[in-house]
Design a protein around this ligand. Structure first.
Ligand code: SIN
Length: 523
């Protein structure tokens, strides 16, 4: 029998931060990831971490920008916790070895992004997430009581009849068998769900696994109608299911959006033009593309010299050159792509979910921070702060060694026939198309109801099969569940707020100034 004190699922900034903090207090900690430890959304975060370091900045300014961008649905108590704990935890990362850009006086260099009234983005070139991931992975390796289990897929949670989580069921990708792993606490840090959309900046692993397994165990899921579309993914750059991101920091440093015929358009949508919050910029691009019938808009890099662009955004520079875009002399063709799930597993400010001893941190969680729209670069900060809160809470409660009280039994699934595997691939593609066409930047009641019907048909086909012992089977199950939750959350919110734009109800309404909660028995 495999028994641990704590199991962490996912190895991005949230999971690793929690793990390294709690490791000294436990005997056995296991981190499980379905691919390699560095296949995470964190790794692709280009922009940085928002935190108050600027002389002209204040906690109140950061709180106000977050609340305003979240269209006042963000929970002020959670936002205060995040903003006020931010600087201390960013410094801690630096002390662990993360090489952020510093000025000659030893202060963090600060960048700007949409929706921020001040410069407050701490960064490392255009590879901040990678730098943090590398630092945390190096650090976690120094703990001998931490096992890192790659290529293991967590299928389901073990939750007893008293709503107490006691571990997870894990598919071993070598033996193809599912085994129970018991633990006193389970921390879900599985990241996002961008793969339910045809175009996304998320890696191929982002199939909403944590949200789906928590939902199946009857956890509360919150605010899933608020899916953020990043305005500037590189046009025609899809590789391994992922579009290449052109960081918002490029606009933060002066680049601006324009149409193919060189006309600028953002002044029609916001006083802040190309640096308006993401929901506004993505909707503006969507509207302009529908008007012009073109496939992309352009990001003009006029304020940059080649040297400055290459130094500040080395990855983007290389990628553009690889695609024969002569930056900064030529503009970059960009389109919006699904980027970040503002909703997720509903938690309190200690990262506790509605299932006892089950915690959720990072993008998989809905902590109340993002409300109706996430302020750029608040996500790495949220992950850092709530991983720390989670650690403090678990540290108070942990008893080692842990012994389970449940037998833990899973009906072993079948080997998958080739023909069914192919049909699953085509269902996966269909979901992505439906979500992109009918449940994305601009929605209507009609498009949502059509999507609901279509996903229900896919769901019926899928659940008419036996269960199979492959990652593809479980990922498809999870994508169906997450798509249904997104659609049903959107159908409940008969207004437009932040990222949720419903043509039939284009205004914000006070009666909807509350979170949308979905639980298994109500969907
Ligand atoms: C970006 O660099 O534009 C992405 C950062 C974020 O999503 O916060």
């Amino acid at each position: 029998m495999k028994t641990f004190d704590i199991i962490v699922i996912g190895s991005g900034i949230a999971g690793l931060t929690f793990a390294f903090k709690i490791a000294p207090y436990v005997n056995r900690l296991c981190i499980i990831t379905k691919k390699n430890a560095d296949d995470t959304n964190t790794n692709y975060a280009q922009g940085g971490i928002a935190a108050v370091f600027g002389e002209d900045d204040s906690f109140e300014d950061h709180i106000r920008d977050t609340m305003e961008t979240g269209r006042y649905l963000s929970h002020r108590d959670a936002v205060e916790i995040m903003v006020t704990n931010g600087p201390k935890l960013v410094r801690e990362l630096k002390e662990l070895g993360a090489k952020f850009e510093m000025d000659e006086k030893g202060n963090f260099k600060l960048s700007k992004e949409g929706g921020h009234s001040k410069r407050r983005i701490v960064y490392a070139g255009d590879y901040t997430g990678y730098e943090i991931e590398k630092t945390l992975l190096n650090h976690i390796k120094t703990y001998r009581n931490v096992s890192m289990l790659n290529n293991h897929f967590v299928c389901d949670l073990i939750v007893d009849e008293n709503n107490l989580c006691q571990g997870v069921y894990v598919l071993d990708l070598e033996s193809n068998e599912i085994e129970p792993y018991f633990s006193q606490f389970v921390v879900l840090a599985t990241g996002g769900a961008g793969q339910v959309y045809k175009f996304t900046t998320n890696p191929i692993i982002a199939t909403g696994d944590g949200i789906a397994m928590a939902y199946l165990a009857n956890a509360k899921i919150g605010n899933m109608e608020f899916f953020q579309f990043h305005p500037t993914a590189l046009y025609n750059s899809e590789k391994n299911g992922r579009s290449f991101l052109i960081s918002e920091a490029v606009r933060g440093e002066g680049a601006f959006l324009k149409l193919k015929d060189n006309r600028q358009f953002m002044h029609k949508y916001s006083e802040r033009k190309s640096l308006a919050p993401r929901d506004i910029v993505a909707r503006a691009i969507d509207a302009e593309l529908k008007l012009s019938g073109e496939d992309y808009v352009l990001l003009d890099l006029a304020p940059f010299t080649e040297k400055k662009f290459k130094e500040r955004f080395p990855q983007i520079y290389e990628k553009c050159k690889e695609m024969n875009i002569n930056v900064p002399y030529e503009p970059i063709p960009v389109v919006p792509a699904a980027h970040y799930s503002c909703g997720g597993i509903y938690t309190d400010t200690n990262a506790r979910t509605s299932i006892e001893n089950l915690y959720a941190i990072g993008e998989v969680a809905c902590t109340g921070i993002h409300g109706a729209n996430r302020l750029a670069s608040n996500s790495l900060l949220e992950a850092l702060v709530f991983a720390d809160r989670c650690y403090q809470d678990v540290k108070e409660k942990i008893q080692t060694p842990f012994e389970t009280t449940v037998p833990g039994f899973y009906n072993q699934p079948l080997n998958i026939p080739l023909q069914i595997q192919e049909s699953f691939l085509s269902l996966r593609k269909k979901i992505k198309e439906i979500m992109w066409k009918k449940v994305s930047i601009v929605k209507t009641l009609k498009s949502l109801k059509e999507a609901d019907q279509m996903i229900n048909m896919i769901s019926e086909t899928f659940f008419s099969y036996e269960s199979f012992n492959t990652v593809e089977y479980f990922e498809l199950r999870n994508m169906i569940i997450v798509s249904k939750i997104i659609i049903n959350s959107a159908l409940k919110r008969k207004e437009s707020r932040g990222l949720h734009y419903l043509v039939d109800f284009p205004e914000e309404k006070n009666e909807f100034l509350h979170d949308t909660i979905i639980q298994k028995e109500v969907l």
